[in-house]
Design a protein around this ligand. Structure first.
Ligand code: ARG
Length: 477
């Protein structure tokens, strides 16, 4: 490699180096083609730092004004696509700083006073992630609202509730939807907790030990609307636990999405036919003309694996690192970015797939999942879903629960032999199992009777489902 390929001016630390980097090593070590998406956070962080440097008398008011002017131009250049990103300049930070210096001269070179890329990158990632967490919070609200809409429309619809994928007890389809609302509301809580710990300021930690300049870190934190200042410089530049925590919260959200996807896929299959999703979320087969495949839920289930992988990647990235900053940490970005992208797309698509989209003409949402209430009810009738209700009936007549359980097992066996439901056994036959059984037994043997009987906080009675819907509506307003 010839000496003129070694452009000293393009490298922030080049005076010490006696040989150029090969193109391969440059490509290997540079991050600009993925970390350039941090540009807004990088400029915002730099402006807050410069403002404080000027307030502290570390740089002049003129230099501060030049930095502001230069950064405003760079902002415009990046936004319009005119900015020329250079691989030689390694990362987003050096690219922006080099352009600033090109535009405003020495003032640009003074910006990095009391700062290192180590505290700079940690700040940028935190600022960027904070705003992504806010967007994710909004998307989680949208998804919950979609689910609450479906719950409200289907509070009375009877679904066979399963345990072990065997018919267990009838539940309201609305109740089932609200189970997911609970999961996503906990996810939202987790993200807001992660936000609190993410939203702390590393700047002022410099490379690892802090700085000898009289920086006002609290002032920078305030300018950046951060909740506090990182209290140990070594920790501030090196730990990426906030990124791991975030990815862990994202993983749990994707796991919830994946469980829902699995149910949608099962419910859509011909053997169930409980629901349909709009055609735009399905695809056909290139060979079997009759097929409509649930590609979107399947992909979401698959993408969950991808996010789980990012979590493992980030944890593994961290585990062997000595204090303080190591270049390993540059590898935090792609998994983090991909986690955010995957999660946001998934949440958007699920809100629409479940709840539909607003028709501009009517203002109403349409095109969400459609529910086949008859198919659900037919399936619930197949599996002796009210057997527990019969046992409870006998307990009310004075039998100990275990004896009632045994008695009902005999009744189920008889019904199986006659290939009928418990509610179809004649009263005389039922009385053969226990003399205390009277005509009113048929109320508790009906699916609706079973549903209404579970009128307890957290239970599936439609009255409870409606109370929960009201609570969620207030919470999500
Ligand atoms: N691109 C680097 C990263 O993503 C920035 C910090 C580099 N610092 C250093 N001393 N090499 O982590």
């Amino acid at each position: 490699m010839s000496q003129n390929q070694f452009d000293k001016k393009s490298q922030a630390w080049s005076a010490l180096f006696s040989e150029p980097m090969s193109d391969l090593v440059k490509r290997y070590t540079s991050s600009v083609f993925f970390d350039k998406r941090l540009w807004q956070a990088d400029i915002t962080g730099s402006l807050a730092h410069a403002e404080m440097l000027a307030a502290q008398g570390i740089i002049s008011a003129e230099d501060h004004a030049s930095i502001q002017k230069g950064m405003a131009q760079i902002w415009g250049e990046i936004e319009s696509g005119a900015f020329e990103w250079k691989l030689d300049l390694e990362d987003v930070h050096l690219n922006i700083e080099a352009r600033l210096t090109q535009l405003v001269g020495d003032a640009g070179k003074r910006l990095h006073t009391g700062r290192s890329r180590n505290d700079q990158v940690a700040t940028d990632v935190r600022l960027w992630l904070r705003s992504e967490i806010d967007l994710i919070g909004e998307l989680l609200v949208d998804l919950q609202k979609s689910l609450v809409d479906v719950a409200e429309a289907n509070a009375e619809v009877i679904l066979p509730g399963f345990t072990h994928l065997q018919v267990a007890q009838p539940v309201s389809f609305g109740h089932h939807m609200l189970a997911y609302v609970e999961m996503f509301s906990r996810d939202a809580e987790r993200f807001s907790e992660v936000r609190r710990r993410t939203n702390r300021l590393p700047l002022g930690s410099a490379a690892l030990a802090g700085t000898s300049y009289p920086l006002d870190r609290e002032r920078v934190a305030k300018t950046l609307a951060m909740d506090g200042v990182c209290q140990n410089s070594l920790d501030a530049v090196s730990d990426r636990d906030f990124a791991i925590e975030f990815t862990s919260a994202a993983t749990l959200t994707m796991v919830h999405i994946s469980r829902m996807s699995e149910e949608l896929i099962i419910w859509m299959s011909q053997n169930f036919s409980f629901i349909k999703i709009a055609d735009r979320f399905t695809t056909g087969s290139s060979i079997m003309p009759q097929k409509k495949n649930p590609d979107v839920p399947e992909l979401a289930r698959g993408k969950t694996g991808r996010v789980v992988g990012h979590l493992m990647g980030l944890i593994t990235l961290m585990k062997g690192q000595p204090l303080a900053y190591n270049k390993d940490n540059q590898e935090d970005k792609e998994p983090l970015f991909d986690t955010v992208d995957t999660l946001k797309d998934t949440l958007r698509i699920f809100s629409e797939m479940i709840g539909g989209q607003v028709n501009a003409a009517t203002g109403q949402k349409e095109g969400g999942i459609s529910v086949n209430a008859e198919a659900m009810e037919r399936a619930a009738l197949k599996g002796y879903a009210t057997a527990t209700d019969l046992a409870d009936y006998l307990v009310k007549k004075g039998l100990p629960f275990r004896d009632a359980h045994e008695t009902v097992a005999h009744a189920v066996k008889a019904a199986q032999t006659h290939a009928c439901d418990l509610s179809e056994l004649p009263l005389t036959v039922l009385q053969g199992f226990h003399a205390s059984i009277e005509k009113d037994v048929y109320e508790c043997l009906s699916l609706r009777g079973s549903l209404n009987a579970r009128n307890i906080l957290g239970g599936t009675a439609p009255a409870q489902v409606r109370a929960q819907i009201a609570r969620h509506r207030t919470r999500l307003a």
